[in-house]
Each structure stands twice: as C-alpha cells, then as structure tokens.
Design a protein around this ligand. Structure first.
Ligand SMILES: [Zn+2]
Ligand SMILES: [Zn+2]
Length: 654
C-alpha cells in the first residue's frame, strides 16, 4: 500500500513509499531509503499533491520501536509550518533530534530522574494560595492564565504546585525559560520542591543527554522538562501543562534558522493538546497585556515580595549639576552615594549595557571610524583581549591601521564612549580596596564563572560592573545599590519595541536589588530631566506604562493591532539584491492583500559580507496573509546567490 512519509528536510510535502504490508498508520516513525542514504521520517496523513512526476515507489525499510507521534503534535507541526511560513519538513526537523528518533535507552539512565531525596516543605503566603486557586480553575482543558508578580514574589512556587497537581495525575509538564544558562539556582529549587531531578533541555547539553530525554518523554519515564525554546518540539507522550516563565522576554524569539516566537508557539501547542498554559511575568508583554484586557486570558497577581521585602527606591542624579570629568562616566555625586552603600556593607552594581572597553575607535588624523570589513557596524575595542571585535560576525583585529592622512603611516586612534571594561578601570580608581568584577557574556559564560557567582552571592565581590546579562533572574542578597550609567544612550534604537524593551530591562534590573529585605536604591545618571521616561519606566504599577504604549500602538496601527511580516533579502551582490527586492515587491503588490513597505536597506546593511534589504508586509490580523504569501513565495524564483528570510511577527528590525 502507498503511504506518505514526511522527512526532516527542506521540502514542504511528504514523499510516497510502499509500506510492505507493515500496516503502518499515521504518526509511526519509519526508516526509509532517501537518495543514497537511509533516513528517519514520520508517516503523514496526506500525500504530496503534485504526483504528475513518474517515479518508482521505494519500500519502507522498517518501523521504529517507539510509540507513534500523536495527532496533537502532528497538527501542531502543520500549523507551525503554515503560521511561520516554514517548510513542513523543517518543522519536523525541530522535533527529530539531529534527524534521528531514539528507540531504546537502558533503564538505568533514567534513575536520576526518579525520586532522589526528601522534599522540602514550602508554605504559601495567602496571596500565593489565592493565585494557586485561580490557576487550578478550569485547568482540565486549554486556557491561558497570566500569573503576574513583582520580582521576588515567589511566583515559581505557585506554578510548581500546579505542575505537581498534574504530575500526580500522571501527566508531564514543560517549563520554558528564556535564559537557560542560569538554571543551577532554579534547578536546586525544583529539586527541593519535587524531590527529583528535572530534565534540563537546551542546545548546550550533551548529545547523550538529549537522546535520554527524547526517549524518556516518549515513554513517560521523564515527567518534567525545563527547557529553552526548542523544548517545545519534544515528543511528550502525555503533556498536561506548559509554563512560560518570564513570558515577556524577547529571547523567546528564535531569530536565526527557522524563525518563530516560542511563547506564541507554546500557546498554540497547548491549544492543540487542549491543556492549560500559564504565562508568568513581573511585567507582561504588550501582547499579553492586551489579551488580559480583552479577557482572552485569565489573570492573577501577587503584589507582595517574599518576606515582605520592599522594592528599591529610584533616584535621579542630574548630570547637568554634577558634571562628568573628561573621559569619565561616573559623577562625583554617584561616587558619594556608592561609597555610602559600600561602607554599610552593601554590594554596588554599575550598569552599562555595552561589552568591551570602547564602542567607537577613530583616528585623529583621518577621522575614520574603525568598522568591520564584513558588516556595516563599528568594531568594539576589548582591552582585556587587546583586540577590536565585531559583535555581529566575530571578526577580530589588532589596533593598527594604515592612515589616509598621516605621512608616518599608521592611524592615531582615540577610544571614545564607555563599555564595561572602561567603567571597571574607573571603579578601580575611585574605589580602591574594594574587590570588583565585570559581569558580561565575555566574563561570565565560562566554566570558571560559577566560582565567581558564588563570590558575588557571598558578598566577597563588592562592586559589579554589568551588562543586561545581570538583569536575568540572579539572586544576590547583598545587592542594594544599582547605578544606571547611560539611560539616555540606551533608549535610542530603531525598534518599535524599544520602549517596551527598556521597561522590561529596568524593571528586571531593579528587581535584582533589595532582595533580602534591606532598603535598596536604583540611581539613574542622566542629562535629560524633562523626559518622563524614567518615571514611566520605574513606576511601581507597570500597567500605566503598558496602557499608554498599547494606545500608542493602536493609534499607529502597530502590532498587536496589525500583523507584520518582515522579508529580509540578502546577497553578496548589491546590484542583484536591489533588482530582486523590487521584483519581489511588485509581485507582492499585485497578489497580496496587504500593504508592502520598502524595500529599504536594512539598518545594519551588511552582515558577514552579505548586503541586506528589508520589505515589510502590514495587514489586518484576520486575513490569512501567511497562506497567500507562501503561495507567492513558492512561485517566485530567486536568481542564484539570493537568500530570503521570512520573519512573522518580527521583534528586531536590524
Ligand atoms: Zn562583522
Ligand atoms: Zn587615520
């Protein structure tokens, strides 16, 4: 009998095979010959439509010994492919582990996921109890609930309880987290609560671990996965609940390879599974806020912090009054305030969202900025590495260049603007005798960094100089003073979500301070006193900001009120890129029920030697714009060397 088999590749349709009388059914994993190799695929439910080609049908090699892929997951993968305009085979690839399915894992490998120790008893506060009750309402079918709570209010324990409820009934649970590198603290809390080890899933775990988890989910030997975006595609055999923690976090958007938003896809997966999903956040995203308002999502809120710790106060340091010295970025007033904190035993954090020493390096003679030869972006000087670095493509070079204007030959460089390394030097000068440490992805993503982390927790390190990495979920009990050095600079950007991003960043950042109950302050150095940005950003009721922002979006027909789809074309050949962009625009204008903006040169016009143009499609949300766009794109034949990336609901506009 003929059967359709979907393969994890770039095709948007299944291939036809002969089932050799194996009586195969939809969802069965099979091995089949494809080209010169054998591959793993899944028996699909509809055939390729275009069967005009005359081809010989090969037989299936064998059926794999794994429970078949359930209907819900198949439906989810189909929908995922249509929504994100991704070939069906590529969405199957997200599900199949490096193109394989794991049939058998020795039982002893699952031992560590079973009960290992006694559970610790967590008592819930009244507010937590109430929230838990609300989570449990209607949780036998699909519904979206938003659990909002100030940073440090104990939301985790609330949703742990609702997961436990599901596990006790024989279901599996999935917790999605944005920054999976930071789970050791989280994992410990989990083990204390549940008494067993969760399966941790992200791109950095070993291949062996991945196989164990994949297999353990098909047969129910693994109960709970804590994972990054890609955990969404795992073969849960009986998924009962999904939690999206820090749902507002923009790193849920996968923006390379297959582009999708894991939070939105999690909601869709929950709907296909007909199970509850909880979105957890201190400040919900604009989209989520809108859905709360429309009562599409139910909602509960925890106001108090754990042990009634107070949220930090905010104070502005006026840089017009306390002027910065030349090549200095910390004002005299700031130094005075920080010293007071240090003397009373507090830890101090200087926040600047820029890696390296200096973001602008230019020559005094020829005035040329040092930029990346492969990307249209400035190189950042890293003093620790003694190198200039491109933060996009990783290009590095030394601080030497032939000058256009200088007879002696070399450029005479000036380093301008601060990065964490520059602030680190200043801190050492102004606060001698205090141990300080840089907290950025250059220093903290190494094996040795857990040691440093412990030193911060123990208050051995007194001063931190950090990028936004530090805003993510850390618990430093002595951190009671945060200085934001460059709020004016960091609010610039070509991004409709700039304001929302800043709100989230400063809220998360503030949430790091005062966690152990001592009074804490966040200082903002700024020239711009008239701007109400700071007060908006730091208002203890984020709904005021969200409401403003939502009205602004409505007025300007921006998402979530309209659907945006970005098309990014790239090529090494500038002329060809230009022509193809206009050719595509014409075709879209003729055939698509939406507004086509562009093409424009992307703000970062060149990345890794490829020039980039952007088109933006704006349409009403209820139009099935993806469906018609997919048909047009299929017809459009690109000339060689052109690449097209489709980004549905784009977040970054670089
Ligand atoms: Zn580069
Ligand atoms: Zn020069």
């Amino acid at each position: 009998m003929k059967i359709p088999v979907l393969l994890p590749n770039i095709f948007n349709h299944p291939f036809t095979y002969d089932d050799r009388g194996l009586n195969l059914k939809k969802g069965d994993y099979v091995e089949i010959p494809f080209g010169k190799k054998n591959k793993i695929g899944v028996v699909w439910d509809d055939f390729e439509k275009d069967t005009s080609k005359n081809f010989s049908i090969k037989p299936v090699t064998r059926k794999l010994k794994i429970p078949s892929l359930n209907r819900q997951t198949i439906d989810f993968l189909k929908w995922f492919s249509e929504y994100n305009i991704v070939p069906l085979g590529m969405s199957l690839k997200l599900h199949l582990l490096s193109n394989e399915a794991i049939e058998e894992i020795p039982d002893k490998e699952f031992e560590s996921y079973r009960l290992v120790k006694n559970k610790y008893d967590f008592t819930l506060s009244k507010e937590q109890e109430q929230s838990l009750d609300e989570l449990k309402i209607k949780n036998k079918e699909f519904r979206v609930h938003v659990l909002q709570g100030t940073t440090g209010s104990g939301k985790t324990i609330v949703y742990f309880n609702s997961i436990k409820d599901k596990i006790d009934k024989g279901y599996q649970g999935l917790i999605l987290l944005p920054e999976i590198g930071l789970t050791s603290e989280f994992e410990k809390k989990f083990i204390d609560f549940f008494g067993f080890i969760p399966a941790i899933w992200h791109s950095g775990i070993t291949k062996k671990k991945k196989k164990i988890i994949w297999n353990g989910l098909t047969n129910g030997k693994i109960k709970v996965v804590i994972g990054a975006r890609s955990a969404l595609f795992l073969p849960f055999n009986k998924l009962g609940i999904i939690i999206v923690d820090e749902e507002h976090d923009q790193s849920y958007k996968q923006d390379e390879g297959v582009i999708y938003n894991a939070r939105d896809m999690a909601i869709s997966r929950a709907s296909f599974e007909n199970i509850p999903i909880d979105l957890v956040s201190a400040v919900p995203s604009i989209e989520t806020y809108e859905n709360i308002k429309k009562r599409k999502y139910s909602y509960s809120r925890i106001f108090n912090r754990y042990k009634n710790a107070q949220l930090p106060k905010h104070q502005i340091i006026d840089l017009n009054k306390y002027k910065l010295n030349n090549q200095s970025w910390i004002s005299s007033k700031t130094i005075e305030k920080a010293k007071n904190h240090l003397e009373s035993g507090d830890q101090v954090l200087f926040f600047i969202n820029r890696r390296g020493f200096s973001p602008y390096v230019f020559c005094q003679n020829c005035l040329k900025v040092y930029s990346c030869p492969h990307c249209s972006i400035n190189l950042v000087y890293h003093k620790n590495k003694k190198k200039l670095l491109c933060h996009y493509c990783g290009f590095t070079t030394i601080l030497k260049r032939t000058c256009d204007r200088n007879i002696s030959g070399s450029c005479k460089f000036t380093l301008s603007g601060p990065g964490v390394e520059k602030i680190f030097e200043e801190v050492k000068k102004f606060f001698p005798g205090y141990k300080s440490l840089i907290f950025s992805s250059d220093t903290m993503n190494k094996k040795s960094s857990s040691n440093d982390l412990q030193k911060i927790i123990n208050n051995e390190v007194k001063i931190l100089i950090g990028t936004q990495l530090i805003s993510k979920g850390y618990h430093f009990p002595n951190l009671n003073c945060i200085v934001v050095l460059d709020i004016d600079l960091s609010s610039l950007g070509h991004d409709l979500r700039g304001a929302e991003k800043n709100l989230q960043l400063y809220h998360q950042l503030s949430g790091r301070a005062g966690r152990a109950g001592k009074p804490a302050t966040v200082y903002f150095q700024t020239y711009n006193l008239k701007s109400d940005t700071i007060s908006k950003l730091t208002n203890s009721d984020p709904f005021i900001f969200l409401e403003n922002e939502l009205q602004l979006r409505k007025k300007n027909n921006l998402p979530p009120f309209e659907r945006f789809i970005a098309l990014i074309l790239s090529s090494k050949n500038e002329k060809k890129l230009e022509n193809e962009s206009y050719r595509l625009k014409k075709l879209l204008e003729k055939n698509l029920n939406g507004k086509i903006l562009g093409p424009i040169n992307a703000p970062i016009y060149k990345i890794r030697k490829n020039f980039r143009n952007r088109l933006l499609i704006r349409s009403k949300k209820n139009h099935k714009i993806q469906e018609s766009l997919a048909i047009i794109l299929k017809k459009f034949e690109f000339s060689s060397g052109m690449k097209l990336t489709v980004d549905v609901d784009p977040i970054s506009f670089n």
